[in-house]
Design a protein around this ligand. Structure first.
Ligand code: GTP
Ligand code: MG
Length: 203
């Protein structure tokens, strides 16, 4: 699948004000600066659809994008970045939590992880929390262009091995991507396409 039309719909801090449609929805979440907004731009083939920055803490709202009039992509603020003030962090945490708890249209969360890093407690805890709330998720490694191609699969395997050792009996779907070198986007979109078809059959 490729994306034809993609446009910004609305920004919110309140999940109850998010678009009131039954369209299937997918949210990108992860640490600040991991590349959530860049990945949205890459898979939608647009430079400035979602706002990106080299400074962490750029995305501060729940941002809905309508794709091909059929589904929503959601860009969220990052979690766990120290340079955002404590009070702001709390506010982010509250509306992100409410988004995941309340948003019925959410089909799957894509949890983004910088492929260069060892598993971080905050990401593992967030995935545990999703599991406890029965929220399906997939794992998306970002910035794969920063690794030698021969190291990418090894890094992914090491990460998922740790997940299996600690919290999980089975692994979620896993994608290795790079917005810079345009890698992995097609696989991600094909996965979303499959989930959209399943969601539409259920409706
Ligand atoms: P917040 O909105 O602050 O939570 O960050 P974010 O997760 O949306 O990250 P964003 O897309 O703004 O990207 C952060 C920085 O990482 C920017 O400087 C991007 O250019 C860079 N970046 C994003 N994706 C990639 C990638 O695939 N490869 C490389 N090398 N850099 C990337
Ligand atoms: Mg962002």
């Amino acid at each position: 699948m490729t994306v034809g039309k993609a446009h910004f719909v609305i920004s919110n801090t309140d999940v109850s004000k998010c678009p009131n449609t039954p369209l299937p929805e997918y949210a990108f979440i992860g640490r600040s600066n991991v590349g959530k907004s860049s990945l949205i731009n890459y898979i939608c083939n647009q430079k400035n659809l979602a706002k990106t920055s080299s400074r962490p803490g750029k995305t501060q709202l729940i941002n809905h994008f309508l794709i091909d009039d059929k589904w929503h992509l959601v860009d969220l603020p990052g979690y766990g970045y120290a340079r955002v003030s404590k009070s702001k962090k709390k506010v982010f945490q509250k509306f992100i939590t409410q988004y995941f708890e309340k948003r019925k249209q959410l089909i799957t969360a894509f949890v983004l992880i910088d492929i260069r890093h060892e598993p971080q407690a905050i990401d593992l805890a967030f995935m545990r929390w999703l599991g406890e709330h029965y929220i399906p998720f997939a794992l998306v490694f970002t910035k794969s262009d920063k690794m030698k191609p021969s190291q990418i699969q090894k890094k992914v395997d090491a990460y998922t091995a740790q997940m299996l050792e600690t919290d999980w009996e089975a692994l979620p779907p896993v994608f290795a991507t790079s917005s810079t070198s345009k890698m992995g986007g097609e696989e991600l979109l094909n996965y979303i396409h499959t989930l959209n078809q399943e969601a539409n059959q259920k409706r």
